[in-house]
Structures are given as C-alpha cells and as structure tokens.
Design a protein around this ligand. Sequence first.
Ligand code: TRP
Length: 334
Amino acid sequence: MKFEDIILTGDRPTGPLHLGHYVGSLLNRVTLQDQYKQYIMIADLQALTDNADNPQKVRDNVMEVLLDYLSVGIDPKKTTIFVQSMIPEIAELTVLYLNLVTVNRLQRNPTVKAEMQSKSYGETVPAGFLMYPVSQAADITIVKGTIIPVGEDQLPMIEQTNEIVRSFNRIYGKEVFPEAKALVSKVGRLAGLDGKAKMSKSLGNAIYLSDDADTLKKKVMSMYTDPGHLRVEDPGQIEGNMVFEYLDVFDTNKEKVAELKHQYRQGGLGDVKLKMYLFQVLNDLLTPIRLKRAELAKNKDAVMQILLEGTQQVRLVAQKTMDEVRKAMHLNYE
Ligand code: TRP
C-alpha cells in the first residue's frame, strides 16, 4: 500500500523553546507546512514522565510552547497544532504497542539511556519514563506520520517507532502503518553558550526565543570564546569559539563573518566588540519573533482556542486509525 506523506512532530512542554529548537526543527517545520499536511503535538504526557510531581510547570509551558510556535511563523491555517493528553487514542495505542517491545530494548535506546544517566535514575526509573519511546511511536502512527522534523537526538525514537510499525504490520497481517523518516536540519545540533555540545534548558546554557534584548545581551556577553585571548591585540582562536559558531549558523552575511575571523586570528579584535556584533545579529532575528509573541500573549484565550480546535481535528483522525487497529487486532466486537 502507498501512504501519503504526512508530517508529525512535537516538543515536550518543560520550558520555552530556544535557539537549538529553532535551527534544529522549527525552521524546517515553517518551510514544510506549505508542502505537506503537518501536525505538531505538544507532548504534555511525555513531559510528565519525568515531571510527575510538577504538573503546573507542564501546564504553564504548554502555553509557552504554543506561543513559540505561532510567533516563529507556524500558521494554524496550514499546520494542525494539538495537545497529546486530549487524544485518548494515543494512550490506547501505546498499551497495544507495549506488547511488541521488550524492556531490554527500551533500556538500550540511546536517548533514554543518556537521559536516565543525566537524571541519575538507575533502577528507580519511572516505568512511564522508560517506555516513553513507545508512546512516541503512538504519537507518530496515530496520524500515520511519515516525515518527522526533529533534532538529531530523536533519531533513536524514530528507529524504535519503525521497529514497532514493522512488528505490528507483520503480526496483524495488514499494512496498517507506514514507516517514518526523520528529517534532521543541516545545522544538526547547536552548542550551548558555555561551549557544551548541546544547548539545553537543563544545562542552563540556552537562549530562549522569548528572551528580552537585555537578557539576550547578557547571555551573549557570557559566551565561551578563546580563554587564551586576553588582550585585544592578542591573536585569538576560532575553533571551539562559540561566538564564531553562532555567527556561522545565524549570520547571513558570510563575507562579514570571514572578515571578522581573519581579524580575530590576527589580533586586534576584542571579545566585547565581537560579541556586540553577534548580539545585533541575534537581536535582529529575535525582535520580530518577540513582538509577535507579545501581541499573541495579550489574548491567551484565543491562542488556547487554536490548540483546542487543532486537537478536535486530530481526534477524528485518531478514531479512524483506532478503528483500523481494532479490526486488524480482532478487537472489533461491535
Ligand atoms: N521526544 C520529543 C522531544 O523530547 C518530543 C516528542 C514527543 C516528539 N512525541 C513526538 C517528537 C513525536 C517527534 C514526534 O523533543
């Protein structure tokens, strides 16, 4: 059977979105919404798998993430945005998928493994956390998603989803689900302000799309450069220098960046001056996003309405999928 291409993607609402999300997946989603049917899910249930004691945080960040989506240009007329917990069919499908996955396989999922280590879970990992990749497979397949624009840390989730899809189709004898393909951006992974490999909320090294200009300036001024570059006239290093990494990603004026690199290497370009330049570049990018966000935030009821309407649409699709699943699994009693 030939399946139509459908985009399904999403984020956990554990904090507002940052520049890593922007280059890693948001830009792709803004471009792709013109070419494909696109669904974007706010994964509140997945956020609870390691925040069970903090439901208010998750609740608050559903609105933050929703505002981030709309202010970067995700258009609800083109993209259906929905919230995971209001689609009970996802939970139902997760239960059915759990029989197709071993605990051992989940423990070997590289992303889960890394997260378990960073949270020092060990043997005390919540069962819901360990199995969240199964629930993610249900997120993707409930709308028969085939294209998944995500950051590269999500590749193991797509692999695990496809294993489940293949098992399901093999065992229940029907081509019910298509396999999914991850779509990773050219930038791959954006490093943090401190030079650590990844920008992330938990590492405290992120620039948020919602940061005001002062906060942005402070963060840029704190960025990791060349620790050996002490005086303006000293020659400096470009490699591992976060300011240049960010200029490479965000400055469209490549000639200017090449010129700055040359000057920095030679000596005579101070860190403060260089950072002020990067601040301008980032501030030009973020100002329109910030303005749109402030405008939208004046009417949060209307913004919430967008989420609820998108969710209603997805429920219809999800019910249809579950009808097919029940039939394939001989669970259609009426
Ligand atoms: N795991 C993703 C993250 O942490 C969020 C997510 C949940 C997701 N369900 C998804 C991403 C389905 C893509 C497809 O960012």
